[in-house]
Design a protein. Sequence first.
Lengths: 354, 354, 354, 354
Amino acid sequence: MIAVLGPDCSLQQKAEIVRLVEGHGLRVQVSETGDASLVAVIGGGGEGIIDRLRSHPAVLELRTDAPPYTLVAREQRPEGSRIRFDGFSVGGEEIVVIAGPCAVESRDGILSAARAVAGGGARMLRGGAFKPRTSPYSFQGLGVEGLELLAEARDATGLKVVTEVVTPGEASIVAEHADVLQVGSRNMQNFRLLSAVGEQPRPVLLKRGLMATIEELLLAAEYVVTAGNPRVMLCERGIRTYETSTRNTLDIAAVPVLKERTHLPVIVDPSHAAGRRELVASLSRAAVAAGADGLIVEVHPRPDEALSDGRQSLDPAGFEELMDELRRTAAAVGRHVAPGEPVESRSEAPADRV
Amino acid sequence: MIAVLGPDCSLQQKAEIVRLVEGHGLRVQVSETGDASLVAVIGGGGEGIIDRLRSHPAVLELRTDAPPYTLVAREQRPEGSRIRFDGFSVGGEEIVVIAGPCAVESRDGILSAARAVAGGGARMLRGGAFKPRTSPYSFQGLGVEGLELLAEARDATGLKVVTEVVTPGEASIVAEHADVLQVGSRNMQNFRLLSAVGEQPRPVLLKRGLMATIEELLLAAEYVVTAGNPRVMLCERGIRTYETSTRNTLDIAAVPVLKERTHLPVIVDPSHAAGRRELVASLSRAAVAAGADGLIVEVHPRPDEALSDGRQSLDPAGFEELMDELRRTAAAVGRHVAPGEPVESRSEAPADRV
Amino acid sequence: MIAVLGPDCSLQQKAEIVRLVEGHGLRVQVSETGDASLVAVIGGGGEGIIDRLRSHPAVLELRTDAPPYTLVAREQRPEGSRIRFDGFSVGGEEIVVIAGPCAVESRDGILSAARAVAGGGARMLRGGAFKPRTSPYSFQGLGVEGLELLAEARDATGLKVVTEVVTPGEASIVAEHADVLQVGSRNMQNFRLLSAVGEQPRPVLLKRGLMATIEELLLAAEYVVTAGNPRVMLCERGIRTYETSTRNTLDIAAVPVLKERTHLPVIVDPSHAAGRRELVASLSRAAVAAGADGLIVEVHPRPDEALSDGRQSLDPAGFEELMDELRRTAAAVGRHVAPGEPVESRSEAPADRV
Amino acid sequence: MIAVLGPDCSLQQKAEIVRLVEGHGLRVQVSETGDASLVAVIGGGGEGIIDRLRSHPAVLELRTDAPPYTLVAREQRPEGSRIRFDGFSVGGEEIVVIAGPCAVESRDGILSAARAVAGGGARMLRGGAFKPRTSPYSFQGLGVEGLELLAEARDATGLKVVTEVVTPGEASIVAEHADVLQVGSRNMQNFRLLSAVGEQPRPVLLKRGLMATIEELLLAAEYVVTAGNPRVMLCERGIRTYETSTRNTLDIAAVPVLKERTHLPVIVDPSHAAGRRELVASLSRAAVAAGADGLIVEVHPRPDEALSDGRQSLDPAGFEELMDELRRTAAAVGRHVAPGEPVESRSEAPADRV
């Protein structure tokens, strides 16, 4: 429920309305949008004060059909929110590319992947240190050692590091090493984990559950934001359907639907949706054309030797080609992708020297 | 199963192989691709002659893992097939746009829609005369009168006419009036209908069933082709999933998957996938970026008065805007969309004068 | 929309109300349920007369939230409808079992199957003469010859014959030979076919589409009934989901949901849902326990030699065992299954003698 | 991969084989089944020793197509496993009923629910103290206070207590108060949580994720068992599909499929599948008829006042009626349900006196 207060509303009236709401045990969020103030009653439960709000002289309009998520709703920031990093931001004109291997497997591997994707124009490096795996017998990641290797790769390339947190107790250690905390699909409704990453001073990349509706995704984001962390990026990565010719079904319409409903930036993961590298370029172009703010793509120096997801990973040459295509597609929708380094100037040195 | 014959294979050997296959009650299809001949054993059931084919001196290679559809498989025409109309073709560089209302509702309505979409750059006019409706109480279309109005709209604008056939007995009457016969989603596995449109001298637009796998779509196309009609366009229009924020879930990955597996052109219907006009532009751009050969878009002169699907129809101004966006997206993937008429030169006269 | 008229309503008032509705171009259906008359405005579109109906003195209550299907709604016959055959009926206390092979393959095969299932207690024989197959290269059925063999099997055993109609033009020829006309899953929204079987003097077994909602199934049944044929049995046969360990996912809850919403009898097909004979007994017991009025089960004299669906067919011994289990389950819910013949008295003679 | 050793295999040979496997960094599990020993190579990765195992004189047979879950596979205990509690066991002839409210809301509420379900024949009391909720604004449970109230209800009634653990750090505190640890649907692939409950000395009730395959459910169970806890009960509770007439789609076939593939007991939750109490009896009977080992049913003293899931909760009278029906259905499949107390002898005293 949102009360819209007009430009003539006095500070005293605003305070009165906030007291009225809080006096009924409800939380409130005030935001200013040009010539109106929006007083959002957070969550539900405000039915008992509808009449009093409606009849208050400062309330121009009372929107009782607001969605069940309040803080992430588009209405809170009609212009969209930007998540700023040094040198670029997510949610602006630039389409930000995150790339790297499924898992951190070795020092050489992650450094080599990082250099390749930095050279191609990626802004961030992905790579799992803690891997949630369907089978207890699959490779579970290098853990803290993996985090340290990711930090080393950041130092060598300037890429920001995105990596997954799988349990609340590890949120702070991951936040020490990483720039962005990823919550994976299987944990999208691990509500304690959402609250835990919401308490960290790092942006969060929240992947849609493979069985989650768009509304559930937005409510999951709301968990993170209510815990104090407004810097959330949403990620569409394919949903589970009856079709088996792809690993998942990329719900491309989720991009415009999310852009309508929330101010948070929207990232697309074409690799997990496709499950096969042959489809990644097509889905990536589609995501950019549909309006996505970024992509997260699996790239591995030698896909055939990857411990997981090799089948859907691009090799460095494939990534360069993809980035060229994305530059053209981005331009067609009035956006751009970071340029990448000219091949001749790419340094192979720093990490090798160590 | 496909036997690959080398360049040195004599005509006599080729005939021998064909006789061997047909002698086992199997159908055969020979196609020439540069320096090899492909002898496809149509359908399945050729297990009994595998050894004899494999040991035949002219057979370079025997592919026993060929997909269950033979005639529509990419391998039959690695370069892709083009369906030619006068003035343009589907499956080439041009991205062909089909547009118009869900149903033909009146003479004025269809003429006005036709002029609008022709002006914007559409090549074909869509509009249902026979409507398959979920409820027996919904508007079922104008029938033959609708076909005549479509033909009149074609004469007034030069657009080709695409309209649906709902039952085998009406395939020939629709073929008399229309340029392309549409088979709707709910009829994708109406096998008698597939055979019936396969006997008509008109290209077919075959829509994917809302519950059909990609393989089932290709097998449905195979029905049309085995009946004698190779000019089939496939249409992805959204599949049914658990997500309810869109009418259906556009399976955008179906575009590259189909392009891998079949030589037939691939069209996307963003309107039925989305169910709301606000999403149509985003999905259309995505489809073009993903590699579609065309789009079929619902456009209505006054969407709010439409007897069906008004919620997902663009108005003429929205269609013009969409076409401008598509021109830019098409260029980014090395393709183009027909230019449309300059607004000043568009004649309103011909149909009104009648 | 349904207008409820009280017991004091005069014949003249009733006629007045019917005229009022029909005068607005709407169809009407009057039914008597004890002390009230229900005047159903068939389909939708009656918004314009709501006020006049509501204010009419004979109208006790106007239900404007009636479902979009009118004639098949439970409210029309709260006691449920029974479809009577000589010797038994569907929709009463007896749980009726329909059994037989997927397709009629040969005279011996269908006679042998018929005797086996009759001996076990089946009331009807299933078997396809016209087979809708996903691939144009699969066995398409024996056609009219198959219908004649089914009729012969009926004469030899007394079983009623259930067989599929796949296209409107063949509805009457199938109706000449069969006792029940089946509309298959892939044709559930082949609306012309629904109307065609609705014009035949035979009960219809309407299978739910493999991705149809319950409401769509009821609207499909409404097509048959509005065409003049009220004797429809609905069949839940598994829906398509992401789960691949069974051929389809039996939506067991469809049984009680359908029993709430419609007066039509509900049959369950465990064989197509399961896709493997090992699961058939478990699903059959579940269907009976859930409240189904009947089962349709695939039984083949020699499942391993079946031309289609052998994997999910029971052999005669398996069918006997199933029937014994069903007798116990039926008793637990206050119902029964036909007894079957004692083995010693089963005649092998009649058909062989011919 | 499983190596089958014959009855003549010496202890020395068995040790040799175990050393061979472990020497390759693989885990091993030996189980004895009558006259053979099964040496299971846990998980995958044993490809490198296939030849050596196959040629070992004590190895009768090497099964390399074993499923990816090893410890929970049916083959490990063809007779099925029983989880014993004092007075009853799960997985034997008795069908065990777990019942109670969705969440513990108050002392009176849980005591009243406990007495009602104990009187009806339930063996265990369900009730959430920690509630995973889709919205951060919904009631999240009473936490530790809820656990204490559950323990009090156990003391008052003799029911065992089943309650949910939502995060690894709370596994031990829940294990102190509860008899069975529940892992909810949204946490089925929260692998750290699975390992955490696997370290507790309490049986685990593992609910299937609402879009998890049966294989994923079994692999999740394998996580618990590899952590040291073999006492796992699996729970089918409905999966997410396109059908919206029920909250979820009960996958009734999961019951026989699970019974084929695993030795673990299978419980069905009809309440969450249905989402409406009117359907609970039908689904419960179906589950018992299909072969389930138990049910978990929502019962609330006053469903209309429940803070969550009231719409799907039975009231005490509805529960009694259900139990009577289940007794009859259980008998039809050769099983039974606990008798319940005669109404007159049910004590209202103990808890009230406190």
